[in-house]
Design a protein around this ligand. Sequence first.
Ligand code: CUA
Length: 206
Amino acid sequence: MHITGMQSPRGVWWKPAHKTEKIWFTIAFAWCMVLFAMMPLWHLKGGQNPTGIRHRVEPADYRDRVNEFIAEHQVGTEAGIPVVEPPPGSDVYLLGMMWQWRPILRLQAGAEYTLHLSSVDVNHGFNLYPFNVNFQVVPGYDYGLRVTPTEPGEFGIVCNEFCGVGHHMMVGRVIVVDPATGRADALPADPAGAAVDELVAMGGER
Ligand code: CUA
């Protein structure tokens, strides 16, 4: 007989599936459904990828808003960067720009703030050091996060998105004070330096 593409070739795949194949298919399908359910569950319960508040914003308007915020709540200056102490519960603005974070934030432990992040030039990365807290800082978008600092201390902000020749110098600071004492010395002022000291104490070399 002349075989053409119109005729089914002889084969075995239209026979009913074997029992073991059905079992494995069922297991694979059930696991797919588990992973599918994990996506929304992890979003809601996992404490990761928090839902932010996003708004479009003109970079120049954001810069003006940050300057207004600094003028309202400035309490000092460190190395040319203003230090601000906004009241608990308020909106807090942080600006990423080539190559600095403005301003230095002084917050109270245990108080909730809405932290706004945006950039006026290129993409930057907000990384709260020494924690693994990372957010994209994108020009044109105001990204708001509800945050509650839990422990007093001085924390670094490192840019983790390559943004030009000064990228490695783009470090900022968040100071969290104990509302009772107004002090931030629950943690060493320089966590990286303290870690090195600890290493030296353990017999390592600096
Ligand atoms: Cu900003 Cu790297």
